[in-house]
Ligand binder design. Structure first.
Ligand SMILES: [Zn+2]
Length: 315
């Protein structure tokens, strides 16, 4: 192997065109998914605009904007009018996500409509499944989660994304929906980076926390087991969430499995850059592009990010 002075790696960094030519990882709107929070009443968010709640009409206007900007996929979250112990707002015919899907589907045939499938926005206690005493009852939750997924597909969803972290949920959904792509939140960690999301989705647990079903931040081998199980149960895409503090997990999953891999650049990651930019500590756009490129470089094919719309003009 030749070394300096024969080898000079700076030769390929000399101009923008050269750097563009040899770049290993690129970022494209094809790979980005914008989250959208649909609720009976709008709730603007001045500091973190993509974490606002929109009505069904607002979602229609937002999707027009997104498509015009070049964003091709959204993932819908719903905030119901009323919550109950079972989270029935998640699957009822006239649920908020179902209403949004029925409004969006015929208007935007080219827009990919993904839906988050969970009960936590809909349960009065804020946990991701039904309770048995103070515990989330895994097996009793599966039927309700599958029912939610079916109702989303009936209303027009292209793909369903179970985020509850119950064991066996992918199999339960797959049994009901043999034809629908399942994007499984396979390695979803019990993370402190979900803060702004919980505000937007109104899904903070009323007691306890989610460490009994979401993953421990210290584990990576367990993430591989979670992915392996979801694949065996019929997942089409696997996901790591959050993204930036877990790039080693993204890389480990990428190296082990052949399926398309998504990573969720979560609200806390977004908010940190926004806050640093607002304080004048860094440039938001370049920091955001660098963050998303890093997530792709770690091995993610798909990135769910609050920046999709804002960055669209620069991609
Ligand atoms: Zn949940």
């Amino acid at each position: 192997m030749s070394t300096f002075p024969t080898t000079r790696l700076r030769r390929l960094r000399r101009s923008r065109a050269l750097r563009d030519l040899v770049r290993e990882t690129t970022l494209s709107l094809d790979d980005l998914v914008q989250p959208l929070f649909v609720a009976p009443e709008a709730l603007p968010n001045d500091r973190l605009p993509p974490l606002a709640r929109v009505t069904v009409d607002g979602a229609v206007r937002e999707c027009e904007d997104l498509l015009r900007a070049g964003v091709k996929a959204v993932i819908l979250f719903g905030i119901p009018e009323e919550k109950d112990d079972e989270g029935s707002g998640a699957w009822i015919e006239n649920g908020i996500v179902q209403q949004a899907l029925r409004a969006l589907r015929p208007r935007f045939p080219e827009l990919l409509l993904l839906t988050d499938v969970c009960l936590c926005e809909y349960t009065s206690h804020g946990h991701c499944g039904v309770l048995h005493g103070d515990e989330v009852d895994n097996d009793a939750s599966l039927e309700l989660i599958a029912r939610t997924a079916v109702s989303h597909v009936d209303a027009g969803a292209d793909a369903v994304c179970p985020s509850d972290m119950m064991d066996g949920r992918v199999a339960a959904i797959r049994a009901e929906l043999p034809e629908t792509p399942i994007v499984a939140y396979s390695a979803k960690y019990a993370s402190s980076f979900y803060g702004p999301f919980r505000e937007a989705a109104g899904s903070a647990p009323s007691f306890g926390d989610r460490r009994g079903y979401q993953m421990d931040p210290g584990n990576v081998r367990e993430a591989l087991r979670e992915c392996e199980l979801d694949i065996a149960e019929g997942a089409d895409v696997i996901m790591v969430k959050p993204a930036l503090p877990y790039l080693d997990v993204v890389r480990a999953v990428r190296d082990r499995f052949e399926l398309p891999l998504a990573a969720y650049n979560v609200s806390g990651e977004y908010a940190m850059v926004k806050a640093a930019a607002a304080a004048g500590d860094l440039d938001e756009r370049t920091a955001a592009l660098e963050s998303l490129t890093a997530i792709r470089r770690a091995g993610a094919d798909i990135v769910i990010t609050y920046w999709a719309k804002e960055l669209a003009p620069f991609l």
